[in-house]
Design a binder for this molecule. Structure first.
Ligand code: FES
Length: 141
């Protein structure tokens, strides 16, 4: 039995609140929507059903968790889960296909780990811890 271990860091917390339903931006429109289910208070996804995440640098968008929209990207054996809500004024960001997230509302850019590349956003994207057991990835919300 293979039990791979764990993950990530918490990059930062946002005060995101206002526009979680989307007040602009793409909100993952350029990224395929993955399949996931709630498992207790967390979000669980099966890699067998989310084949993009079987590949390094694969990325999917998830909106199955109530009140949360997020991207999950694979980096080697690590899964990075980031909020899709911009920390500047809560617009939804989009993956630009060039290893960064763009916010169309006011031009902020975030790197693939959620760090701010260009403002006006001053705070990194919210990051969620992830863990892996076999083909199941759990995102701690
Ligand atoms: S809401 Fe994203 S840059 Fe302003």
């Amino acid at each position: 039995m293979t039990t791979r271990r764990v993950v990530l860091q918490t990059i930062g917390m946002t005060g995101a609140a206002g526009c979680l339903g989307g007040c602009g931006g793409g909100g993952g429109s350029g990224v395929p929507r993955g399949t996931a289910t709630m498992c207790g208070a967390n979000l669980c996804l099966d890699l067998a059903e989310n084949t993009e995440l079987q590949l390094d640098n694969g990325i999917l968008f998830f909106d199955q968790a109530p009140g949360k929209k997020l991207f999950v990207r694979r980096s080697g054996d690590t899964f990075v889960a980031l909020s899709a809500v911009c920390t500047h004024a809560n617009c939804l960001i989009d993956w630009n296909g060039e290893d960064q997230f763009d916010c169309d509302c006011h031009g902020s850019v975030f790197n693939n780990m959620g760090g701010v590349v260009r403002g006006p956003a001053a705070v990194a994207l919210r990051s969620f811890a992830t863990s892996v057991a076999g083909d199941m990835v759990t995102i701690t919300l």
